[in-house]
Design a protein around this ligand. Sequence first.
Ligand SMILES: [Zn+2]
Length: 199
Amino acid sequence: MVLCGSCDLAVQKRALPSGVRALCPRCHTALYHTPYCSINGMLALCLTAIILFAPANMLPVLDLQFLGSYRTTTVIEGALAVASQGFPIVGLAVLVAAVVGPGLLILSILLQILIVKYALNTRIGKWLLKCLLQQQSLLSQLSMLEIYVISFLVTAFQLSDFADIHFDLGTFCFTMLFLSVLFLMREYDLEHMWSYLDE
Ligand SMILES: [Zn+2]
């Protein structure tokens, strides 16, 4: 329910087609409008993110040449290396924030989109969508790709003073993954997703 700002009429909130504004039926004041939240747009971003997810995490993100020795590392190897050097909690945090969290977040949003698109009229679809929406804010808090990207860039610049750094195909995939999740979360609107259940 929303209250009209001008005449205090209580109006049942509904999902709107994109670009449409809801007006108060009594005084025609604008009440709310659709956020970006286009289901097909989010589906495209979600699929892009899923395609990028494996190469972003499996391919080397960094080539390091230092005093003649040569190393490459992937995101997961990086996290494991940190853990094995006596910082298991930091390693685990990297793994959760950069790999597990974003992976679960993308999968959860994909499932929500598929339910809204194809299975919203079934009882199990509604139940599953409700469960996913209840977990959504926790999942989006776990996913901290942006912090990982920033710390990665800072490290690379610091190392570049005394080692030869080359970015790799994994870096490209990781950056594109970061961008697709960024735009996905810009499209995604939790309140709007809840409104599909009210119908
Ligand atoms: Zn009104």
